[in-house]
Design a protein around this ligand. Sequence first.
Ligand code: SF4
Ligand code: SF4
Length: 357
Amino acid sequence: MAALRYADASRLHEGGPVMRKVGLLRAWGRILTGRYPSLSIEITRECPLRCPGCYAYEPGHLGAAGPLRTLADYSGKELVDRVLDLVHRHDPVHLSIVGGEPLVRYRELEILLPLLGAMDVSVQLVTSAVRAIPRSWRDIPGLDVVVSIDGLQQEHDRRRAPATYDRILTNIEGHSITVHCTITRQMANRVGSFVAFLSFWSGREEIRQIWFSFFTPQVGSGDDEILSPAMKADALAELARLRPHYAKLCLPDRLISGYRSPPATPADCIFARTTACFSSDLKTAVSPCQLGGKPDCARCGCMASAGLKALGDVRLAGILPLRAIYESSDRIGRAQRRRRMSRRTEPRAIATYESRR
Ligand code: SF4
Ligand code: SF4
């Protein structure tokens, strides 16, 4: 499941719970030591869906490495061992498991997810819920299952068959999941679509929270899914108006502000700079961010990017923006990393990732 996706951006700027602050401090520690606090893995190149606008299967997604479907792809014990090796080497605070469709590898995930939970890595698994999500996953500490749903039933079922509404409802039974909706032009154009979406999913006991992000095109693309700036502004205004009526809708003011002014370039994007993304061969870097290719930052609707942009704009004591602290910490971390690389003590996966970015 490719289309976007991240828990921590929304959590980081909510403030409050001690665990979230601990997570932030751990992430900061990784930055200071020149490591990536967040790791993202396309765990398989396979997916039974063919969603329009899917970035993972765009020909340019992996640049010179070629299309995702031509990359190496592991299964069984080899996949489990290789993923654990990558996680050990990067030692992230947070791991996103995307695809392809991760549930294609559900047997391997049955082994991996509890191990990652025991390692205190918070995991976000992004899926289309095209098959049943194992019940045992509900009790894995730190696991957040995010199900991607593209609009109301009629539109979603057309775009995402065979992962239809009916199938999703059956496959999430007994779980506590996050619904993630990527807003497309088609959805934004339909009067009353946000109310209908929120009413439908809020009423389900399996749904813990509801996220919205926006379709992010590649540079120069004219995809049907792209919203005009005015449509995006209207959608944000309507969702802000609806927020008090739907407790499960997670859309803090800071996230709205992040959506309104995305980073200008990948170099300005804290999310891109703090997340190491690997494709299905577990070697090829997906860059400049999880979207790959040449994403159009000016039209970015990525929730993680918006959340971290907004967090970076927060001013400590009303004066010093957090971004300035991040930049200083990043400089220290990069120097540390250069020293490790010159002494050849940098873990192989990090050095390889750096050389390919
Ligand atoms: S479900 Fe498959 S085709 Fe659809 S967006 Fe995700 S990876 Fe792409
Ligand atoms: S701002 Fe650019 S680099 Fe960052 S997530 Fe969006 S498209 Fe990717």
